[in-house]
Design a protein around this ligand. Structure first.
Ligand code: SF4
Length: 418
């Protein structure tokens, strides 16, 4: 292997991959039972940068050559940049070498489109297949699925990868048409539908036959770019909700648009990356998936934008002050989960602990409740903080005065792994 050439390719293709944020490696059940290399089932720890991006995987493109010309993408064919392509064997060797040196826990492999969808997908699949079958590699593999690839290739990809993802790119079909008119929304929906059915089928088989093969055990995910097109948070979150419900996605990743290209359809080059909005979308997504909120409680036609000053749970609470205060010693779990400052674990602890006695602020604090927030919305076995004449707006101001967001001053730098 020519080390200089490989390093050059790495610089180009790792740099091109940094705009894809959908690389969290949670949720895989792959086990290493045969003294193979790596183990995705436990010990995969992803580290995140300050702005929430994952760095524990070798994250590269197979190539940044592309036949498409998506306006938002640095690899688009009309962009005058240095191009490179790895061979299948080069990616396999790099993954093994980096894994052995403890640099990475797995591989995140995406690609521009070489010639057509199948031509490219076949190479991505071959990387995963070689790693699994020739190197007995049990580390985490996340493959990007190329929209328009055949069902046969998607099926093979599922047999070797832990997670597969098809990027929607734009939150709505109209947004995609505007910035990537050559792309077809249906080409993205079709593989998602195929993967959903295949994952369900393999999960059922696995229940019946222990030896049935794994199929994308960490499920499928997608990424949408935020801020390149004019969709509001209401449209973005309803779209995410639709894909969670209909395609059983594990995650939707929201990627604030990084202006890198001059194009009249896109925000100007000096527009800042919407990092706070991106963070609020993740928080809203979390509420939908883990806190029992319906998407339309968070955003709707009357409230189409997330509040950038405060998190969406607090925002919901101060819009619904008629629901509060609640008594933590009596309220049901569903309502406790809605209290700002109380997380899922704390809520569960509250429900278990109150069987043994009435809870006071000290008890709540020890259970991990953030009293500075929760005190405006709950009562407990104590008279402290019994001030109930505050309006939602006054509470917001009090909380803002005593908190600061790490995202506000965050400069969105991209990481350089090599
Ligand atoms: S198909 Fe993918 S790699 Fe190619 S220009 Fe569009 S977004 Fe970029």
């Amino acid at each position: 292997m020519d080390a200089d050439r490989i390093t050059e390719k790495l610089n180009i293709l790792a740099d091109a991959a940094k705009y894809d944020v959908s690389c969290a490696s949670s949720g895989s059940k792959r086990k290493n039972e045969n003294k193979g290399l790596g183990n995705a089932s436990n010990g995969i720890c992803h580290s995140y940068t300050e702005d929430g991006r994952c760095v524990s995987l070798l994250k590269i493109l197979l190539t940044n050559h592309c036949i498409f010309d998506c306006a938002y993408c640095v690899s688009r064919k009309s962009n005058d940049i240095q191009r490179a392509a790895f061979t299948v064997q080069e990616v396999v060797d790099l993954t093994i070498n980096f894994y052995r040196r403890n640099y990475i826990e797995g591989l995140f492999l995406s690609s521009g489109i070489f010639k057509d969808a199948d031509f490219t997908m076949e190479r991505l699949v071959r990387v995963a297949k070689k790693l699994r079958l020739e190197h007995n590699f049990h580390g985490y593999i996340h493959l990007k699925s190329i929209p328009g690839a055949s069902d046969e290739l998607m099926n093979e990809a599922g047999l070797y990868a832990d997670r597969l993802s098809v990027n929607l790119e734009m939150p709505t079909e109209a947004g995609l048409k505007l910035l990537a008119p050559d792309k077809n929304h249906q080409d993205m929906i079709k593989p998602m539908g195929y993967l959903k059915n295949a994952i369900i089928q393999h999960t059922e088989e696995k229940k019946l036959f222990k030896k049935a093969p794994l199929f994308a055990p960490a499920g499928q995910s997608t990424q949408v770019i935020i801020g390149a097109t004019p969709e509001d948070d209401n449209q973005i979150l309803h779209s995410a909700n639709y894909f969670y419900k209909n395609f059983k996605l594990r995650r939707v990743y929201y990627s604030g648009y990084v202006p890198v290209l001059e194009d009249s359809r896109l925000p100007a080059l000096n527009t800042s990356v919407p990092m706070v909005r991106e963070n609020r979308l993740y928080q809203a997504d979390w509420l939908m998936r883990n806190y029992g909120f319906h998407v339309s409680e968070i955003v709707n036609n009357q409230q189409p934008h997330l509040d950038l000053d405060i998190d969406p749970k607090l925002s919901w609470a101060i819009r619904n002050m008629n629901e509060f205060p609640i008594d933590v010693n009596r309220a049901d779990l569903k309502m406790i989960l809605r209290v700002p400052g109380i997380g899922v674990l704390s809520a569960q602890k509250i429900v278990s602990a109150r069987k043994f006695g009435k809870l006071n602020w000290e008890n709540l604090k020890r259970m991990g409740v953030c009293i500075n927030r929760a005190k405006y919305f709950v009562t407990c076995q104590s008279k402290e903080f019994e001030r109930r004449d505050l309006t939602g707006n006054a509470i917001k101001q009090f909380i803002l005065a005593t908190s600061h967001s790490k995202y506000i001053k965050n400069v969105p730098t991209q990481l350089n792994l090599f």
